[in-house]
Design a protein around this ligand. Sequence first.
Ligand code: KIV
Ligand code: ZN
Length: 524
Amino acid sequence: MTTASDKDRVLIFDTTLRDGEQSPGATMTHNEKLEIAGLLDDMGVDIIEAGFPIASEGDFHAVSEIATNSKNSVICGLARANFADIDRCWEAVKHAAKPRIHTFIGTSPLHRAIPNLTMDEMAQKIHETVSHARNLCDDIQWSPMDATRTEWDYLCRVVEIAIKAGATTINVPDTVGYTAPEESASLIRRLIETVPGADEVIFATHCHNDLGMATANALAAVAGGARQIECTINGLGERAGNTALEEVVMALKVRHDIMPWTTGVDSSKIMHISRRVATVSGFPVQFNKAIVGKNAFAHESGIHQDGMLKNKETFEIMRPEDVGLTGSSLPLGKHSGRAALRDKLKQLGHEVGDNQLRDIFIRFKELADRKKEVYDDDIVALVGATSDAGEDKLQIVSLKVLCGTGGPAEATLEMEIDGKEMIATEHGDGPVDASFKAVRALYPNKAHLQLYQVSAVTEGTDAQATVTVRLEEDGMIVTGQSADTDTVVASARAYVNALNRLAVRRQKTGPGADTREISYKDMH
Ligand code: KIV
Ligand code: ZN
């Protein structure tokens, strides 16, 4: 069980792998989830919400493996207010040195209407389910979903029931991002003052960012007495996302003078995990995002540069090193060998297997032939564009495109599908459209394109483009990524990467499969 031993210590509860992954299209593979959980554990996150075990076989296996591999963090799983969910959750988290069950039910009038329970019936259900969970596990978190729109008297009543039934953490979710800082602080403060037994549990704050106030609301809740912040890396999450871990951790660090609370997170690991989450979720970080955006430490205007040269503190309230942004080290070039590349990957925090190193090296050499200098961001993009998943079903052998003014573009694509080489020529409205049509001519599929996004990795016209493609097929959503100095090649590779992921999803029935039976929409 986790307790904040000193009164100013704030526990960090990361839900990137549960509330973050719940965001449509952010689905991660089994290995990606294990990797992110390992990084969260290493950076000092107190509690990792690893998934929703009853949602699918894939979720169950991911949570149990994360639990088995855990080192210092508490491993938590989510369960609705019923015995089957709670038992399944316990089966998955019990392998952890420090397991936690997080059970919840929607308590606001709108949420109570869905299971059609009276206030009394719901109160009874809370008593029974929390007691049941506590009989399995000593560390129980309970959440009244949509707490910020729940009637005050009823909220106090159900929180008291949950505490009496054995909950050790009471989480107060602002499920729809509706609250504001003062209200957030006062809600927690009044709950602690009013509910009998409140002093024996930890109060947690769980904010969504629909009005852009998630970080402010979470910090205000801490001022009101909460000692656990629920958050995600890059603020990943449904709709406008959740409170961003990097924002609350750095706000508490930089403004310790007015917010005298501490976390156990090693902030120098923020940048690396932010990039990995952006890559594996397929949700790029907006350029001007606080702390982890590409421009967060860039000072381009003349006045700013002048000030920065005289004294860095003129415009910088924290140092780039504090979040793990090292001054850009020497770029690699076409004469750099495999050892130098492995070394660079290590410096950048990427431990890759032999297969992936081989793939990255091939792509690095191709890139170095075209680009004089290969920067750290280029290498990070190559890591994202390759994977350790082994042999892919579809592989691009070559792509030639004819395009320009005054006519449809033509793409000739050679692909290996299950080891068999095939070729097709297709026309389209521009080179990307023609290339995607050529992929579909060789590999007919009914996947629907949900997102096509291009961003430049570094500056200059010879920069690599990172392309993200999100596909949907029969409710399954996958994201593919690739990077290349040729935007059309990167696009075709990202599309093929997404199709490979879809093929794996369709086939797998064992660990890692996403045979999701319960959708996150079905939260009651
Ligand atoms: O936002 C929310 O209410 C949740 C609960 C499941 C805690 O994510
Ligand atoms: Zn949430």
